[in-house]
Design a protein around this ligand. Sequence first.
Ligand code: ADP
Ligand code: MG
Length: 223
Amino acid sequence: MELLRASGIRRTYGSLQVLKGIDLEVKKGEVVAIVGPSGAGKSTFLHILGTLDRPEQGEVFIDGINVFTQKDKDLARFRNEKIGFIFQFHNLLAEFTALENVCMPGYINGNVNEKDIQARAKELLELLGLGGRMDHLPSELSGGEQQRVAVARALLNKPAIVLADEPSGNLDSHNALDLHQLFFKLRDETGQTFIIVTHNEELAEMADRRLVMQDGLMIQHSV
Ligand code: ADP
Ligand code: MG
């Protein structure tokens, strides 16, 4: 079953054509890795798939919804419910503890039970080896710990699709492997779909598909 379909995605910054017409279809439960040189447009493409940026041309369907034709308010709700985004630079809120950062997406759409959110956030932090770090501020955590908090935050709302931009870029090899294995475990247990931009070849090889982006185009579609 198709979960995501992007077609003819184009994006320019000023006179720079960053995405030159990209198509991508991803099935439910797939783990797709996107590799490619710096400046290829990988982050730009992932932000568009995550509805954090809009293409000048092209369409994105997620779970059968034409995402960019929704009203802003509906798009924001859709994004919070369906999409988990793990940023290259974790973007944690500095004033809030690890636990509070992870709980944040739970509050956005309302109708929530505070206790359930906290319980789920704690469970995720434990799973990511941060059980003893929940009450720390981001500044009191190592880079790798901050990144894992950002992973927990992205998973809080059990998104159908997780988009990750170099999620293991600042983890040591041990923590990177743990994180990659968690992605596959979640996929197996929950049927979640993952699209991961990475420089980690080990992860790219483990993925169901390894795609290569270069110069604003998807130049290689299979392993
Ligand atoms: P990658 O993630 O593959 O390294 P990016 O998507 O970050 O590539 O960037 C692709 C190109 O777009 C680069 O040349 C980058 O400088 C440019 N770019 C990205 N974001 C912006 C922006 N907000 N404004 C102007 N240029 C940008
Ligand atoms: Mg990038």
